[in-house]
Write a protein of this length. Structure first.
Length: 552
């Protein structure tokens, strides 16, 4: 008999990198995540299926990421990227075992390891998946092995948008893109940055826009359900994001826990909270698995080939003192860590059942890019966890929708305003460094709403094309990635430039509409640069009327 359910949610998202630089920020970031996270994730789902084990993973693919994975320009660029990596590995194979000179055996071994690894990625992408990664994920969703969730179109920070027409446009465009890629309506969604806004005045809560697109559930942080004295602050995009605990005395304990899902009070949308201990075990800088010294070091690269030849050694070791990486002990540690993690989840559910007499839920959610890209061995960890859970425990792996069907919520709750950010609120995206962005975003929102009303019946021709492009540029301006990257300082100049570029293109297209003076060549150029969401409709940004909530 099952002691409970594990829902493992992987949230996949990157900003719109297409034709917007290469390195250190731009298309190469996308190519690295394709090679190290998205294709390996597809591979483990496929391998598990071949072994008779449906992975039952819930995989979030944001609409703007799905657009890029399916884009012909980025498909061609990815193959060029892999070819270049293969060439670099080939050169290193020769460099570390030069004819007539003393070889460096371990580096030679690692160069051959990478050559084989990149060959496998190239072969799987082109021959097994025919360059159609989205289609392959659709196949496994149709088979029941995984569930794919959606999000707002460009991962906007929803609570800070000023018009409900923008929220409607974000979630409507995201849902329509999902239908085009996956052939059915989405059932679940990831709230960008886990950012939730309650109803305020005449403005309804965020879940109204999810419910309007048929979304049945989303995810949140543990403290948003439980309250209490701590929240999580993920500080960086290092090889893993660190967690530090900071006191938040204003969040009183609620008496609730994350061992079940809950309805929201105003609309029949369910919410699941992340299990704190199970999440901590992976995210924590001090105690998380990715901090093991045997795992590959992300930051140190060979100065000629750019390949990673070093291991973490320890979290306190300077880059210059890192020791050489060895995949064999790294895989041994993966086996040990996955055993431990399965035990953590099993123990949590066992204790819950012993205390309550009822099977419970452990939902854990992570960024997909943590596994493979930042934590090179992470996808093998995921595969082993799923496999061991199926073969050696009384825990049932379910997708989020399967869990809700088997165990419908029994209670309706009111969520607080929250996000994963500092203090559990919005400071990461609204602070002294980013405050200048929001009046610009709000002005663009209102402009788009006004244009949609004025040209409600416009269809086709230059004005129709321009309205579509204005809508695309608005969505791209609204991306939460730009203020996030400014705040963290990782790519402040790049994020500022990207934000300003999309704002400039928005204004340029709007001027064409308002003056009637269309520069068709310029419009075509902008359409080609920012080509996401080909079926977008400007009418998705029409003013929306406040409706009476549909009680759960």
């Amino acid at each position: 008999m099952s002691i409970g359910t594990c829902v493992l949610m992987l949230h996949s998202h990157l900003p719109f990198y297409r034709k917007a630089g290469m390195w250190p920020f731009g298309e190469e970031c996308f190519y690295e995540c394709m090679a190290e996270s998205y294709i390996p994730l597809l591979q483990i789902v496929s391998e598990l299926w071949d072994e008779g084990i449906p992975a039952k993973l819930t995989i979030g693919i944001t609409p703007i990421l799905a657009e890029q994975i399916a884009d012909p320009h980025l498909k061609a660029g990815f193959n060029e990227f892999i070819a270049a990596r293969l060439k670099a590995a080939e050169k290193d194979v020769v460099r570390f075992a030069p004819e007539g000179k003393t070889p460096t055996p371990h580096l030679h071994y690692l160069a051959k390891f990478y050559r084989s690894w990149f060959q496998d990625i190239y072969k799987n992408y082109n021959e097994r998946w025919n360059q159609d990664v989205i289609g392959a994920f659709k196949k496994f969703q149709d088979l029941g092995a995984v569930e794919i969730t959606t999000s707002a179109a460009t991962h906007c920070f929803s609570p800070l948008l000023s018009t409900d027409s923008s929220l409607h446009g974000q979630f409507k465009t995201g849902a329509e893109a999902y239908k085009r890629h996956f052939g059915r309506a989405p059932r679940g969604a990831w709230l960008p940055e886990c950012a939730y806004r309650q109803a305020a005045g005449s403005r309804p809560a965020i879940e109204k826009w999810l419910h309007g697109e048929g979304i049945k559930y989303f995810f949140t942080e543990s403290f948003a359900i439980q309250g209490g004295q701590t929240v999580e602050l993920r500080r960086d995009f290092g090889p893993y994001r660190s967690i530090v605990y900071i006191p938040v005395p204003q969040r009183a304990a609620t008496g609730l826990d994350t061992f079940e899902a809950y309805w929201l009070k105003d609309y029949p949308v369910a919410v699941m909270g992340r299990h704190e201990k199970a999440g901590f075990q992976v995210w924590s800088a001090a105690h998380g698995y990715p901090g093991d010294g045997n795992y590959r070091e992300f930051h140190k690269k060979d100065d000629q080939s750019g390949l990673h030849y070093w291991k973490l050694t320890s979290t306190k070791t300077d880059l210059g003192d890192k020791m050489l990486y060895d995949p064999i002990p790294a895989m041994e540690r993966i086996n040990e860590n996955s055993d431990h993690y399965v035990g953590v989840i099993q123990q949590a559910l066992l204790e819950h059942k012993e205390a309550t007499g009822k099977p419970g839920l452990v939902m854990v959610s992570f960024d997909t890019e943590l596994f493979g890209h930042w934590w090179f061995e992470g996808m093998t960890f995921i595969k082993q966890v799923v496999k061991k859970m199926a073969q050696h425990t009384d825990v049932t792996m379910r997708t989020a929708a399967e869990y809700l069907e088997a165990c419908p919520p029994r209670e309706a709750i009111k969520l607080p305003e929250s996000s994963w950010g500092n203090g559990g609120h919005w400071q990461v995206w609204l602070n002294d460094d980013t405050r200048w962005m929001w009046p610009i975003i709000h002005e663009c929102e209102q402009t788009m709403e006004d244009l949609s009303r004025q040209y409600k019946d416009a269809d086709g021709g230059l004005i129709g094309r321009a309205l579509k492009q204005a809508a695309r540029e608005l969505l791209l301006v609204e991306s939460s990635d730009w203020p996030f990257l400014v705040t963290t300082g990782q790519a402040k100049d790049y994020a500022t430039e990207r934000f300003n570029d999309h704002h400039s293109r928005f204004r340029e297209v709007v001027d064409m509409i308002r003056t009637g003076k269309f520069d068709e060549n310029r419009l075509a150029y902008i359409e080609e640069m920012d080509n996401c969401f080909p079926d977008i409709s400007h009418t998705s940004f029409l003013p929306v009327e406040t409706e009476v909530p549909v009680s759960a």
